[in-house]
Write a protein of this length. Structure first.
Length: 475
């Protein structure tokens, strides 16, 4: 009886030992996936909360997932900080005029037939950037002067030789505005020189002289039209500048390598390009070849049934035409933004000689990581998981403050990334991953030992109970 108890004790000890082996292995598996890299976010000292913008670089693109779910901003205490990723856009400034009527202007005709118009700003009117002479006339050209008036002081010349015009006879071009420099004057004198236009009429008077049926003379005479320069009204205007987002900024990303192959059977030139997974959207071909126009396709690899196939993402035509005065070149191929390590350009040569490819240029979009930073706090960027790791879920951050600030055109302060360093495993919070734990060979081995021990115990007790059962013929 004692031997049976010893066996049970041994099995229990073996089961406990196996469980002790399994537990730390499962815990280590629970930490996966581990972010591989960490970089310090460098900024100038701050005395208040600020939006910081960190531009992602090739090191980040090369190691991060395509959807950026592995990017993580942490503060000095290891707490996760919400962020957004955006593409900064180029802005163009559009000029908008706000005009208003000059009330109660006074008009005077000077001795040299110049017109003198005096206008006054109301007390609530803003400082004007200029005056506008509104006239219904077409085909004219007039010189304008503007003076600032102050009681008890000489007139101050502001504009001495401006030109207003309408060249409708030749082209749809006109200019009725006269810009004035910044001034504190509230009353102005506008002088329009030579208010009477003397112009040649577009009609001709033609007289012809005949002797019998033969023309012996012809006289052409243009009519002269003399008209006053009519003014409907004088307006002041203020210039406002509106910043408008144009398109996403782009930058050059040098390719890691490229290889040119010829497919003689298909009559194609294949250019295989290696990148660091930057967000590319344009390739440029550098070639000394001339006088060609070739179809080209941009392809990316796709894994299907354990085999790599190439899919088209864009089709275009590259050309370089140069003959005498003809010079036309188009050697860039634009395509939707991609983050691939490998690309392929397929140039269809037809029956022509293959192009000589000297270099390949690439460019793509810029991505900024923007977050709200507290004063006197340091931050780090962590990223990069192993390719065989379980994909991370999409983070759910509260970014309302960041989005609202960007919508009000609050400009983030620029920040930079320090050197890339391996992330410490102790910094990554535990996150159980059942698939990774099951696929771990050490975990599987330990589980087998535990299951065998449990099965052994079960068989042992079943055997003992079987031995204790009464046999046939026994009471």
């Amino acid at each position: 009886m004692m031997s049976h108890h010893r066996r049970i004790d041994r099995l229990l000890i073996l089961s406990s030992f196996a469980a002790a082996i399994v537990s730390p292995i499962i815990c280590r598996a629970a930490d996966a996936p581990q972010r591989q890299y960490v970089r310090e976010i460098k900024t100038d000292p701050r005395t208040r909360e600020e939006l910081l913008a960190v531009r992602l670089d090739s090191d980040v693109y090369a190691a991060s997932h395509e959807n950026y779910y592995d990017l993580q901003v942490v503060d000095a205490a290891g707490q996760t900080v919400p962020f957004v990723i955006r593409q900064p856009a180029d802005t163009k400034t559009r000029e908008i005029q706000k005009s208003w009527l000059a009330e109660n202007p006074s008009l005077k005709v000077l001795d040299d037939e110049a017109l003198e118009i005096t206008v006054q700003l109301d007390k609530d009117d803003p400082r004007p950037d200029g005056v506008k002479i509104v006239t219904p006339l077409r085909n004219f050209e007039q010189r304008v002067q503007v003076f600032g008036l102050t009681d008890g002081q000489p007139d101050q010349p502001l504009v001495t030789d401006a030109l207003i015009f309408d060249y409708a006879r030749y082209m749809d071009v006109r200019q009725h505005d006269v810009r004035i420099p910044a001034t504190s004057h509230r009353r102005f004198r506008v002088v329009i020189d030579r208010p009477t236009s003397v112009q040649a009429s577009q009609l001709l008077e033609l007289s012809r002289q005949f002797r019998g049926e033969e023309e012996v003379g012809r006289n052409e005479q243009s009519t002269i039209e003399r008209r006053p320069f009519r003014i409907d009204r004088v307006e002041f205007f203020e210039v406002q500048y509106l910043a408008i987002s144009d398109r996403s900024q782009s930058m050059v990303y040098p390719v890691v390598d490229f290889e040119v192959k010829l497919d003689e059977e298909e009559k194609q030139t294949l250019i295989e390009i290696t990148s660091r997974r930057e967000p590319l959207n344009e390739f440029a071909i550098v070639t000394p070849s001339r006088n060609f126009s070739r179809p080209v396709r941009v392809q990316i690899p796709e894994l299907r049934r354990l085999q790599t196939e190439w899919d088209d993402v864009e089709q275009a035509t590259i050309s370089h035409l140069e003959f005498r005065d003809l010079k036309k070149e188009h050697l860039t191929i634009s395509f939707p933004v991609q983050r691939q390590e490998k690309y392929r350009l397929v140039v269809d040569n037809g029956d022509n000689a293959p192009l000589k490819i000297h270099a390949i240029g690439s460019s793509g979009s810029i991505n900024e990581l923007i977050f709200l930073a507290s004063p006197a706090t340091s931050y780090r960027l962590k990223y990069g998981v192993k390719p065989d790791a379980e994909p991370l879920p999409a983070p759910s951050y509260d970014t309302a403050t960041i989005q609202a600030s960007l919508a009000k055109n609050i400009k983030p302060l620029p920040a930079t990334l320090g050197p890339q360093e391996p992330a410490s495993p102790s910094e990554e919070p535990a996150r159980f991953n059942l698939k990774s734990a099951i696929n771990n060979p050490w975990v599987l081995g330990a589980l087998v030992i535990v299951l065998v021990a449990i099965l052994g115990c079960g068989l042992y007790f079943a055997g003992r109970r079987f031995e204790q059962m009464p046999r046939d013929g026994q009471v």
